[in-house]
Ligand binder design. Structure first.
Ligand code: NAP
Length: 483
């Protein structure tokens, strides 16, 4: 397949928190790969900004180490690394004081400007105001933020207000890196560029949808942060909600940022309040040789959930009566993210010999091995009567599109290039984030009122019993969590 990478115009990208974990692990390696792919021009400039007292050389050395750690050796020839390090600069700046702002101003050119706030959300307001008052923020500059975008609806509104006091909505890029994943965008292509699926993409033909984001890792190392957050805030309010929106939304009139985001917002607003018996909270206990949640939490009596399952309902003409089962958890059997659209069975089976139990399902796998599989029923080959068998129709990109497609860019690569291009389609709008919090806040309030402990589940297992029962009682079952 011939690569069709379109280079972006030159830019100045300032990364506040440019020495932090997110910058070192994701943002800078992603930019490096875009330079390597020929998309980022050599004269683009990336300016790290943090309080640490570094000079340009020391910052380049820090990022050279980060590339060595996070980019495979065969993907970083030294000539390319040198070219990338040449793009880097550094300013020692205190977001809450006056140090460094003048120096940053002196460094900026008259080109596309983006400010990535890779710092805690408590600094979003202060940095925004500084950018505005120093004149660093131009009417066309972009500001990039990511989760946690609030802790509840009230704090999300406050964050939005702080950003919109200094920037127009068209300048604000709220990252949910799930939206940058190749398969997630492919879900939109599959739905809206093919005549095949859209006619059956509704309650008449879809039995149910299940969305799973399962992690095999636990909370070790992040116990303090996670304990204040929990699976609902950390995963459901943002990533799972975005996947639900893209699966359930109406076709936008154009593939254009606000048209897409309007349709996603309508889905969130159509979500019904969830009854307490349609939710399950879990917390992993020791199992399969792994430690329990409580061993890593700050509070040894913590009630924080490391697992959530929800039966959600999108109350509109397309989806009335089709449940959306959502689940996410830490320390489960495998790392797996997928959306399963389970179609209804045929109205009448003509194959009497063998009960034709299966129905078609479309499995959209985000990780690992991004790809899309349609499960079909066919005749088992050979003599011996009409025996039916389920087979996958695999749309793994590498097979169809060649090896280049197997090396899909990391979500951050695409999203950062979209910031530079000024395309907000794959970013969340402020009203979407608030609507998602309004829905999750109600569930969190029900849990707080019920004062029930989360149900324990074994580390390395499939989640609490009640989560299985949530589907069993409807005569359905989750797909197995398998790598
Ligand atoms: P981190 O490793 O603690 O880095 C924080 C960065 O901010 C450092 O570079 C720090 O450098 C700088 N900083 C702190 N206070 C500052 C101030 N007053 N003025 C200027 N710079 C300041 O945190 P992180 O993991 O990179 O996360 C950054 C943000 O992204 C957080 O909100 C986090 O929740 C979010 N996030 C992180 C990840 C991830 O994978 N790490 C994923 C999603 C979202 P100095 O101390 O030298 O100033």
């Amino acid at each position: 397949m011939v690569s069709r990478i379109i280079p972006v115009e030159t830019f100045d990208l300032v990364i506040f928190g440019g020495t932090g974990d997110l910058a070192r692990r994701k943002i800078l390696p992603s930019l490096f790969r875009r330079l390597s792919a020929g998309q980022m021009p050599d004269d683009a400039r990336i300016i790290g900004a943090a309080r640490g007292d570094l000079d340009r050389k020391a910052y380049q050395a820090l990022i050279a180490d980060a590339l060595a750690e996070f980019v495979p050796e065969d993907k970083r020839p030294s000539e390319l690394v040198e070219r990338f390090l040449d793009c880097l600069d550094y300013v020692s700046i205190d977001a809450t004081g006056d140090k460094g702002w003048g120096e940053l101003q002196d460094k900026m050119r008259d080109v596309t400007r983006a400010f990535y706030l890779s710092v805690g959300p408590s600094l979003f307001g202060t940095i925004s105001q500084k950018l505005a008052s120093t004149g660093l923020a131009t009417s066309e500059c972009r500001i990039v933020v990511e989760k946690p975008l609030g802790h509840d609806l009230a704090s999300a509104k406050e964050l939005n207000a702080q950003l919109s006091a200094c920037f127009d909505e068209r300048q604000i890029y709220r990252i949910d890196h799930y939206l940058g994943k190749e398969t997630v965008q492919n879900l939109m292509a599959l739905r809206f560029a093919n005549a095949l699926f859209e006619p059956v993409w509704n309650a008449q033909h879809v039995d149910h949808v299940q969305i799973t984001v399962s992690e095999s890792i636990g909370v070790e190392g992040r116990g303090g942060y996670y304990d204040r957050s929990g699976a609902m805030r950390d995963m459901v309010q943002n990533h799972i909600m975005q996947l639900l929106c893209l699966t359930a939304m109406e076709p936008p009139s154009k593939f254009e940022p606000n048209a897409v985001r309007d349709e996603k917002l309508k889905v969130i607003r159509a979500l019904q309040p969830v009854l307490p018996h349609d939710t399950v909270r879990g917390q992993y206990r020791a199992g399969n040789g792994e430690a329990s949640y409580l061993e890593h939490a700050e509070n040894p009596d913590s009630d924080t959930e490391s697992f959530v399952a929800i039966k959600a309902e999108v109350a509109n003409w397309r989806w009335a009566g089709t449940p959306f089962y959502l689940r996410t958890g830490k320390r489960l059997r495998a790392r797996l993210s997928e959306i399963v659209v389970q179609f209804k069975d045929v109205p009448h089976s003509i194959f009497e010999e063998e009960k034709h139990h299966n129905n078609n399902s479309l499995v959209i796998r985000l990780q690992p091995n991004e790809g899309i599989t349609l499960r079909m029923t066919i005749k088992e080959p050979g003599p011996g009567g009409m025996r039916l068998v389920d087979v996958p129709l695999d749309m793994t990109f590498a097979d169809a599109l060649g090896p280049d497609a197997a090396e899909a860019p990391d979500a951050y690569e695409r999203l950062i290039m979209d910031v530079v291009r000024g395309n907000q389609t794959l970013f969340m709008r402020g009203d979407e984030v608030e609507a998602a919090w309004a829905w999750t806040d109600a569930i969190l309030a029900n849990w707080a009122a019920a004062k029930k402990k989360p149900q324990p589940y074994d580390a390395g297992g499939s989640g609490p019993e009640d989560a299985l029962a949530l589907m069993h009682r409807d005569g359905r079952r989750w797909r197995d969590i398998e790598a």
